[in-house]
Design a protein around this ligand. Structure first.
Ligand SMILES: Cc1cc2nc3c(=O)[nH]c(=O)nc-3n(C[C@H](O)[C@H](O)[C@H](O)COP(=O)(O)OP(=O)(O)OC[C@H]3O[C@@H](n4cnc5c(N)ncnc54)[C@H](O)[C@@H]3O)c2cc1C
Length: 808
């Protein structure tokens, strides 16, 4: 084995080999793969090999599309035969909600260049003569779906990499990893040690074992998944080499496809089974778990009813193998929590079809410093440290059991909750709060009243809580209302050099003393990495506040850019120490004045000012900013005083008709003000200039900030697309994120968030559209659940255009 390399990939499954392949394609050929056994020894060898394009997630749709495009040309490209049957697939819809889901995904796929088709029962029958379809509303046709031999795929990827110079070391188990003081890593293996600049953890269900070598915990567990293969079926023998399309019956929860002249059936059953909770076995490579057909009996019966030829023969083989699951079933990709240049790429539940795209993303991350696509739903930093074994297990079981469930927007599933609650949790619940989890924190979504109309909680249409949200928005606009935001991420940067360092990170100007500024953190390519409010509390002392879900992501970005060249500064994560209350509405000043003796007048406490104010038995950091567009304050309160401050505001608030509001109302209110949301409207694929946030960029400021050169180039050329608000003639459904924007027959943009605005009484979509279509009044269309709805480009902001209410 070599003693030195640029990149060492740990794990020779489909994913690890794809990383190696893509690294060599990007020109990095001094790379090695370390495999403890033979290639494919983890989950890869026994996978069913199904390769759908379909996904309800925009990121995964992209990733899988890259894979299927690659697999179609791979055999020829690298000179290695692969059994890849491009049969197409049919997904069956039993319910109206499923039809809505399909319509939404069809449009997303079309925007990415993949044409799915909706089929009537007769059209399904024409493609698949053996299905019973009495209870089916329609089917979704994915022409690029099929099944691939996972072992051949893996070998082909490895060959492609080897041919360009990569080395693959089999029977080389990684036993220890340590970061070298000089930079880079030393990997100890059973075949000696190797030093490397970068490490990729592609160890599949052993990903957490490898992460533990760095002292890092990865939130993942091992479950079992099984499929059965039948004996040959006369009707399929008769068809010769013709193959049936793959069938998925998600409302029952199984996939069913042809395997040679038999059938292969794999259910996602409602009683998922976890394994190895006390640690992985030392040796387990080409073994399986014992068959457990009892667990999937009812699915076998349902599938036999759907396709009667299935029940006409016996079962030839059962495969029950280990499959890794992160809490949400998405892989864990991206930078490790410790050290530099260590990337995870493991915990794949659909690793055969995702290997291609995943390899590309990781290779770009290594070679270019960041992937071309924003992959936040797959980024391992989406999990905060609370996501321990118990949480991961509860969520993973729930995710497996819902693998095929309708993917509703805004669904809140119950497992692993409540994980983190604020001291106000019980009080808010007593007021009718219905909670959702954000970064593990329970936050009020809306406040229900017994007289409210009943209905389903989740829908692609406007759900029943629409009425409650309308009521809360009215309270915010007319009087005064309170929102609690536990887990709002907060960092303090202090010490000599603090200002210079932040100035180097943000694209805009730093706030003056006692002021706050909305600030954009860009990547070297100019993409938006993070959005934070930066407040200057004292000379060389700042608070940085960002989204709850971004805590680990932002902390990682900040710590990885800490540098002594700016001075001796300290960075502290204050998130758990402070709670946040948002007090807003035209009467918020009067109410706040009752409980603090600070001068809150416009002269003393203007918009965007930050002051420490006495309140109850403590001091709060009060900021005259908010995300809803009314007069108001963000109050950051030591968590042990939160209850007392809340009590005081509620008592004093009676005289002003104080109401409580939740996240859904906040989202509606911010849409009207066109305030962007991180990782919805603001991703690394958009720059601040594309996001129409040029007023927060100072290209000519003294500090040389990250991304400046890229933004200068973009400013000179003019961004190709820009962010605009759209006023949509919606029906009973608002535009969801990643709805497609049209101008005539042409696709001209993408919605990044949408909803109803109750103050302006309009359905709103925030979108990126072609730069020549951003003038207010231009008529466009947005596709909502299969229907093109008229949409007018609006002028930003849609509510209170001159910010008079904010400044009042
Ligand atoms: C029954 C079943 C059916 C499935 N069907 C499908 C399907 O149809 N389509 C689909 O997309 N997915 C399917 N999957 C999921 C798929 O099998 C996995 O997602 C995929 O194989 C993961 O690939 P991987 O490369 O990430 O991990 P693995 O294949 O597990 O590879 C990890 C490799 O790392 C090696 N390794 C681990 N630790 C070390 C170490 N310390 N040192 C060196 N090497 C190490 C292992 O030996 C192994 O070879 C199925 C899974 C199961 C169980």
């Amino acid at each position: 084995m070599k003693s030195q390399t640029r990149v060492a990939v740990i794990g020779g499954g489909a994913v690890g080999c794809s990383v190696l392949y893509h690294l060599t394609r990007l020109g990095w050929t001094d790379v090695v793969l370390l495999e403890r056994d033979e290639l494919t020894s983890g989950s890869t060898w026994h996978a069913a090999g199904n390769c759908p394009n379909f996904s309800t997630s925009w990121s995964i749709l992209k990733l899988q599309r890259h894979s299927t495009e690659l697999y179609a040309r791979l055999a020829q490209e690298v000179g290695y035969d692969i059994n890849y049957h491009l049969t197409g697939s049919i997904r069956l819809a039993h319910t109206a909600d499923r039809v809505d889901e399909f319509r939404h995904v069809v449009a997303q796929a079309r925007a990415q260049g993949t044409d799915f088709e909706l089929l009537s029962s007769a059209q399904i029958k024409a493609r698949h003569p053996f299905l019973e379809l009495n209870d089916i509303r329609l089917g979704l046709w994915d022409p690029g779906d099929g099944d691939i031999d996972p072992a051949q795929l893996t070998q082909a990827l490895a060959k492609g990499a080897r041919d360009l110079g990569a080395a693959v070391y089999r029977h080389t188990r990684v036993t220890a990893i340590r970061e070298l003081a000089s930079g880079g890593w030393r990997i100890e293996t059973t075949a000696g040690s190797i030093d490397t600049e970068y490490v990729i953890n592609a160890a599949g269900y052993r990903g957490a074992e490898v992460a533990a070598m760095l002292g890092e915990y990865l939130p993942m567990v091992t479950l079992s998944h099984q499929y059965l293969v039948t004996d040959d079926i006369p009707e399929l023998i008769e068809r010769g080499t013709a193959r049936l399309p793959l069938v998925r019956d998600p409302d029952v929860s199984y996939y069913l496809r042809q395997e040679r002249h038999g059938l292969l059936l794999g259910p996602y059953e409602s009683r998922a089974q976890a394994h190895w909770l006390d640690g992985l076995p030392g040796e387990f490579a080409h073994q399986l778990f014992a068959d457990d057909l009892g667990r999937i009996e009812s699915y076998i019966e349902a599938a036999c009813a759907r396709m009667p030829i299935l029940g006409s023969v016996g079962v030839k083989r059962v495969i029950n193998g280990p499959i890794p699951y992160a809490p949400d079933g998405n892989p864990l990709m991206g930078p490790a929590a410790v050290g530099r240049n260590f990337l995870h790429c493991c915990a794949f539940t659909f690793g055969i079809v995702q290997a291609g795209g995943a390899g590309r993303i990781i290779a770009e991350w290594v070679v270019n410093g960041e992937p071309d696509w924003d992959v936040w739903p797959l980024d391992c930093r989406r999990y905060l440290p609370f996501a321990n074994r118990a949480y991961s297990l509860a969520k993973a079981l729930e995710t497996y059991e819902n693998e095929y469930a309708v993917a509703y927007p805004l669904e809140e599933r119950p497992a692993g909750r409540p994980a983190k609650t604020s001291p106000l949790y019980d009080r808010l619940r007593a007021r009718g709060a219905v909670f959702g989890a954000r970064g593990g924190w329970e936050r009020a979504l809306y406040y229900a009243r017994s007289a409210d109309p009943a209905g389903t909680e989740c829908s692609f249409r406007r759900p029943h809580w629409h009425h409650a949200v309308a009521r809360e928005c009215a309270a915010v606009a007319s009087a005064v209302a309170l929102l609690e935001l536990p887990g709002f991420t907060k960092f303090e940067v202090a010490g000599a050099g603090a200002a210079a360092w932040i100035d180097h990170l943000v694209a805009g100007a730093l706030p003056r003393l006692g002021r706050t500024a909305l600030s954009y953190f860009c990547s070297p390519r100019g993409g938006i990495v993070s959005e934070m409010t930066v407040s200057q509390l004292a000379e060389e002392r700042f608070w940085l506040i960002s989204a709850a879900a971004g805590e680990r992501h932002d902390e990682h970005w900040l710590t990885s850019h800490l540098s002594h060249r700016f001075g001796r500064l300290t960075l502290a994560n204050l998130t758990p120490r402070f709670g946040t209350l948002i007090l807003v509405g035209p009467r918020s000043r009067e109410l706040l004045a009752r409980v603090t003796d600070t001068d809150l007048s416009n002269d003393a406490f203007p918009w965007l000012a930050v002051r420490t104010i006495p309140i109850a038995y403590t001091e709060a950091l009060a900021m005259r900013v908010n995300y809803v567009g009314e007069l108001g304050w963000e109050l950051h309160v030591p968590v042990e005083h939160l209850l007392a401050v809340h009590e005081l505001l509620v008592t004093a608030g009676r005289a002003f008709g104080l109401a409580h509001f939740g996240l859904y109302a906040m989202d509606s209110l911010r849409l009207e003000k066109c305030y962007r949301s991180w990782k919805a409207d603001l991703t690394t694929e958009y720059t601040p200039l594309m996001a129409s946030l040029g007023r927060f960029v100072r290209l000519d400021k003294e500090a040389d900030f990250i991304g400046r050169e890229a933004l200068r180039r973009e400013a000179a050329a003019g961004p190709k697309e820009r962010f605009v608000p759209l006023l949509v003639e919606a029906g009973d459904a608002d535009a969801a994120a990643v709805s497609i924007v049209y101008r005539g027959a042409e696709r001209v943009g993408l919605v990044t968030s949408g909803g109803y605005g109750y103050r302006v009484n309009r359905s709103i979509a925030l979108a990126y559209v072609r730069a020549d279509l951003t003038e207010p009044g231009i008529e466009l269309e947005v596709e909502i659940l299969g229907e093109r709805r008229p949409a007018l480009v609006g002028r930003e902001p849609l509510y209170d255009p001159h910010n008079l209410r904010l400044r009042s």
